[in-house]
Design a protein around this ligand. Sequence first.
Ligand SMILES: [Zn+2]
Length: 299
Amino acid sequence: MNDRGERIASPRTILYVALVAFVLAWILGPPALRSLVPVWLVFLLALGLELAFFAGAFRSRPAPQPDRGPQPGDRERFGYPPVVADDVFEPEADADLRWPPPRRRIRTLLAGLATIATLAGLAWVAESRTGWDGLDRESQVAAMERFSEEASVVAEKPVSVRCDVSGDFVGVVQHADGAAAVGGDTAYLTPGICHVLHRLAFEGEVAASRTGRALAVLAHEAWHMRGVRDEGETECYALQSGVALGRRLGLSEGRARQLMRQQLTENALRAGASFEYRVPPECRDGGRLDLAPGDSRFP
Ligand SMILES: [Zn+2]
């Protein structure tokens, strides 16, 4: 039966034990975990499950059970003996035991939401201490100088790269991860992209496809500053320049090519709003946009 003693390991309890364990591992564990799993997605999932439990408590409330005892008509006809108190079937009492009253359900929901909020707060503090914002000003300046040098190589002129948090740049081509004016001399990258680049350039850490993405974004903005406007063409050139850029920032040749090919593959899967960023068909080995037509490797 479904008495309280057995509810200790309810799905909801398991959810919260797993969530606490995951967040602790995410905060204290290896950096690779942070790179691989977006923690906000995990909180969103937990929130969805909590709301599902809450809604489910209403939806799956069992229908009142029919009285299995003798019906009044039968009692009259057959003279059924009076029942002892212990045998009385009380569907209402049973339902209340299984399905807590609304006030308790809401209390449970609020406790769940508070737990999720607390864990999200912890993750946010950990992220701000260890992300781009967690670097001291000197390291940030050194990193931005390095990114500027590398972008200047791609742009073939002196340009500067800023890691900015304000996110409001009027009159420039703005993407989710970076922004630069076509033909301009300043590019802005998000702190997330800067942090991944910093880890590569200064700590030799590779965060799988996020490192590839960050290299592509830096190269993409550099190509805009070099004067290319079309998004698909810009991205095509960026993925090719990203190989040498990755090598200069510490990757092996093979790894750099693998990351840029992965970006090219992911680019082909783009659709909808990001369609304009898809590379054109001419972005291939020997195609019009191939920067090294004599080289059979691409990118
Ligand atoms: Zn662009």
